[in-house]
Structure formats: C-alpha cells, structure tokens
Design a protein around this ligand. Structure first.
Ligand code: SF4
Length: 94
C-alpha cells in the first residue's frame, strides 16, 4: 500500500485541511501523524508506514478525497509520493 497524501486545500489563503477518516478505519494504526499526535499540526499530509501496512485497502475506501491509492495503481505522475511516504518513516525511526 502506498499513501498519496490525504490532503485537500480549501484555498490558497487558508491552511490545508487533512481528511482523517483513513486514520479511523486503519486496523493496524499505521497512518500518522494522527490528529492527537504532536506532529499533526505541522504536516500537510498523512503518511502510511510501509512496514506496518497490511494492504487491506480500508483507507482507500474511506478517504473522501480519493487521495489514497494502492501502490500498484499509483499513476506515473504521482509515484514520487511512494518515496516521500517511505522517507517520512525513515526520519521518524532511529
Ligand atoms: S491499507 Fe489498510 S493497513 Fe494499510 S494503511 Fe490503509 S487501512 Fe491501514
């Protein structure tokens, strides 16, 4: 599974609005930061831990912005987000 950012932007003059329904449905809790984690206010997208994800697709179904795509279905123009997503967790883990 690969996360494409769960993000929508209301307008250029307002802060990004992040949909979090994916966090609520993930059975293994591998989407971060969650709204109650300190980093949530600092990000403009959420990230799926590629080592913890079980590829259940629940987040894909739950996302109101259709912002999450199974890794094998990520369009060519968006594939760089696979690495961006993985890099987030490399930075989080010692
Ligand atoms: S595919 Fe399933 S396990 Fe992976 S991030 Fe989405 S909801 Fe969580």
């Amino acid at each position: 599974m690969s996360g494409i950012p769960a993000r929508t932007t209301a307008s250029a003059s307002t802060a990004a609005v992040i949909a979090t329904s994916c966090v609520e449905v993930c059975p293994v809790g591998c989407i971060h930061p969650t709204p109650d984690e300190p980093g949530f206010a600092l990000v403009d997208q959420l990230y799926i831990d590629p080592e913890e994800c079980i590829d259940c697709d629940a987040c894909v179904e739950a996302c109101p912005a259709e912002a999450i795509t199974a890794e094998d279905q990520v369009p060519d123009g968006w594939r760089h987000y696979i690495q961006i997503n993985a890099d987030y967790y490399k930075q989080q883990k010692p």
